[in-house]
Design a protein around this ligand. Structure first.
Ligand SMILES: [Zn+2]
Length: 282
């Protein structure tokens, strides 16, 4: 991440001197290949994976799903309230913040909140207003939502609301971001993917460290319906890798665990990889 920012700053300085455009000259892909696909060596053992361990924050890649449940007590320790932006009628406003689709207070992990505001500002610069509909949810809030959904469905889990502990929203890194036209919709469904705001998010989210957490073609793996609105923060290197390779977070972790196994088999120090191993609370 630091390298990434330094490179971007250098590139910016270079471009300013030469008067060239950033968009034309700055490409994540250019140094992705040279710098990010690099080897890390711990003792005699090489970390054999496209992303360096130092470019993955264990906190930010934590998975929550039916197989890897978060505990009832898990609360992210850097939750911050999302600054709200009161928009002018034309959607313009210079204040930093995020348009909100609901009036309640919403929280996310600090790094994710910062990145989400950057993403929404970039979308706005391209002419799209994004609205935050849902962010961090505690275990007990999720539990209530799940029970209510079951009641509505005669006790059947329809795959729209995760059970407590399995929700990406409990990580404080998952959020639902929607176009204005869907604010008053009675529900959300995959048709939203056709909205220009969602097309923009799918194209650009990784530049800000986000992935589409529940992709269209991965429902059999995520066990969750396609949700073009659900963004998940994982950091730029991991997001770029996931989006460019068309993966879901479950597949990413499968690859990561295979790399961890290779590292350990080669005699690597278990303490080095321990923070990256996913474990279920139950
Ligand atoms: Zn969601």
């Amino acid at each position: 991440m630091k390298i990434l920012k330094r490179m971007a700053a250098l590139e910016l300085a270079f471009c300013l001197v030469l008067g060239c455009s950033l968009a034309e000259d700055f490409s994540l892909e250019d140094f992705w290949e040279d710098d990010l696909i690099a080897e890390d060596t711990y003792g005699d053992v090489t970390w054999d994976f496209p992303i360096r361990l130092s470019d993955m924050d264990p906190e930010l890649i934590r998975i929550a799903n039916q197989d890897y449940l978060l505990s009832k007590d898990f609360v992210p320790d850097t939750l911050v309230t999302i600054p709200a932006r009161k928009a002018n009628k034309d959607g313009s406003n210079a204040n930093n913040g995020m348009l909100k689709a609901v009036s309640s207070t919403m929280q996310l992990q600090a790094t994710c909140a910062e990145a989400l505001i950057e993403l929404s500002e970039a979308a706005r610069a391209d002419g799209y207003n994004l609205y935050l509909k849902s962010a961090y949810r505690s275990w007990s809030t999720q539990n209530t939502m799940y029970k209510n959904r079951l009641k509505k469905n005669n006790g059947k889990d329809d795959g729209w609301v995760s059970k407590a502990g399995a929700s990406d929203h409990q990580t404080g890194l998952g959020c639902d971001v929607i176009p204005k036209s869907w604010i008053n919709a009675s529900g959300m469904n995959s048709k939203m993917a056709k909205e220009k705001e969602c097309i923009w998010m799918a194209q650009h989210c990784q530049e800000y460290g986000f992935i589409i957490r529940y992709p269209e073609d991965k429902e059999d793996i995520t066990k969750i319906h396609y949700e073009p609105w659900h963004l998940r923060y994982v950091g730029i290197p991991v997001a770029t890798y996931i989006m460019e390779n068309g993966l879901c977070l479950e597949e990413f972790h499968e690859q990561l665990q295979a790399a961890i196994d290779r590292f350990l088999e080669a005699g690597g120090n278990p303490a080095v990889v321990e923070p990256y191993i996913q474990r279920s609370a139950e």
